[in-house]
Design a protein around this ligand. Structure first.
Ligand code: CP
Ligand code: NVA
Length: 304
C-alpha cells in the first residue's frame, strides 16, 4: 500500500481537504470542552527541525500529546543530520522507530528524498518552496470567519516565497483567486510554485491595486529563513510593500488580515493593521494546532 505524505498542498485532494476541515471543527470543539480524545495512543511523531520554529514545533508537539501520542524533537545541531548522514539513510532509520515524521528543512528536494525512503507518512513543516500546514490553518481560519473560500479573492503582498507558493497551489485546488504583488525581480515562478497553470492568480506591480476588493489580505516576512544574506537588499526592494491602512481600506469592507508569523511591524505590515480590527492572526496561529491534529489523525488512521 502506498504511504500518504503531505509534502506540498496538492498532495491532498479537494475532498480530503474538506474532510480534514470537518474533522478539525470536531477536534477543536472537543479540545475546547476539555474532552479527552486519544486516537493516537502509543503512536510516535518525530519532528526534525533544520530551521528555527515556535508555532510549528509547539502545535505538532502539543497536538500529538493531546491525541494520546508522543513527539520527539530532533535538530540538525544535536543529531547526525548535521554531520552529513545521507538523508536517504536517515529516512530509513528514523521511519523504523516511529509512526509519523514532520520535517522543517531547506530545499523541497531534501524532504522528497527522505519521504521516498520512509516507511511512514512525512509532513512538510516548511521548506524553502512550501509551507502546506500553514495554509491548511489559514484557509480553515478564513472559512470559520467568512464561510467558503471558493470564488473569493486573496491578496498576497510581498515576497513570492514558500507561503505564497502554497497559497497559489491551494487556489488551484480549491478554486479561488490570488492577487500577487511583489517588487520587480521577486515575481512568482509558476514552476517552482508547482502550479498546473496561471488561471488562479494575477500579478500586480502596484500593491494597492492588488488589495482592491480582496476578501483577505496577507503577507509574510521580506526575508525568509535561509536567505538572511539578502536582508539589506530586500529591505530596500520591499520598502513599498508594507501592508498599511490605505491598502486595507481599498479591500472588501469585511476583509481579513492574516500573517503566518513571526511578523515585523513596520516592515511587511504596519502595526495598526496587524493589531487592527481586520486582523485574525491569533486565531490563525491557534488553528495550526487543530488543523494539524486532523492531519495527523487522517495520515495515521484514514477517515474515522
Ligand atoms: N508560522 C510558522 O510556521 O511559525 P514558526 O516558524 O514559529 O513555526
Ligand atoms: N517565509 C517564512 C515563513 C516562516 C514561518 C520563512 O520561510 O522563514
Amino acid at each position: 500500500m502506498s504511504i500518504k505524505h503531505f509534502l506540498q498542498f496538492r498532495d491532498l485532494s479537494r475532498e480530503e481537504i474538506d474532510h480534514l476541515f470537518v474533522r478539525t471543527r470536531l477536534i477543536k470543539e472537543r479540545f475546547k470542552r476539555y474532552e479527552t480524545y486519544h486516537p493516537l495512543a502509543d503512536r510516535t511523531l518525530v519532528m526534525i527541525f533544520e530551521k528555527a520554529s515556535t508555532r510549528t514545533r509547539l502545535s505538532f508537539e502539543a497536538g500529538m500529546q493531546q491525541l494520546g501520542g508522543a513527539a520527539i524533537y530532533l535538530n540538525t545541531r544535536d543529531s547526525q543530520l548535521g554531520r552529513g548522514e545521507p538523508v536517504e539513510d536517515a529516512g530509513q532509520v528514523i521511519s523504523r522507530m516511529c509512526d509519523l515524521v514532520m520535517i522543517r528543512t531547506f530545499e523541497q528536494e531534501i524532504i522528497e528524498r527522505f519521504a521516498r525512503h520512509s516507511r511512514v507518512p512525512v509532513i512538510n513543516g516548511l521548506t524553502n518552496e512550501y509551507h502546506p500546514c500553514q495554509i491548511l490553518a489559514d484557509i480553515f481560519t478564513f472559512i470559520e470567519h467568512r464561510g467558503p473560500i471558493q470564488g473569493r479573492t486573496v491578496a498576497w503582498i510581498g515576497d513570492s516565497n514558500n507561503v505564497c507558493n502554497t497559497w497559489l497551489q491551494a487556489a488551484e485546488l480549491l478554486d479561488f483567486n490570488v492577487h500577487v504583488s511583489t517588487p520587480p525581480g521577486y515575481e512568482v515562478e509558476p514552476e517552482r510554485a508547482g502550479l498546473f497553470g496561471t488561471d488562479h492568480f494575477e500579478e500586480f506591480s502596484d500593491p494597492l491595486a492588488a488589495c482592491r476588493g480582496a476578501d483577505l489580505v496577507t503577507t509574510d516576512v521580506w526575508t525568509s529563513m535561509g536567505f538572511e544574506k539578502e536582508n539589506d537588499e530586500r529591505k530596500r526592494a520591499f520598502a513599498d510593500w508594507c501592508v498599511d491602512a490605505e491598502m486595507m481600506s481599498v479591500a472588501s469592507p469585511d476583509t481579513l488580515f492574516m500573517h503566518c508569523l513571526p511578523a515585523h511591524r513596520g516592515e511587511e505590515v504596519a502595526a495598526e493593521v496587524i493589531d487592527g480590527p481586520h486582523s485574525v492572526v491569533w486565531d490563525e496561529a491557534e488553528n495550526r494546532l487543530h488543523t494539524q491534529k486532523a492531519l495527523m489523525e487522517y495520515l495515521l488512521l484514514g477517515r474515522v
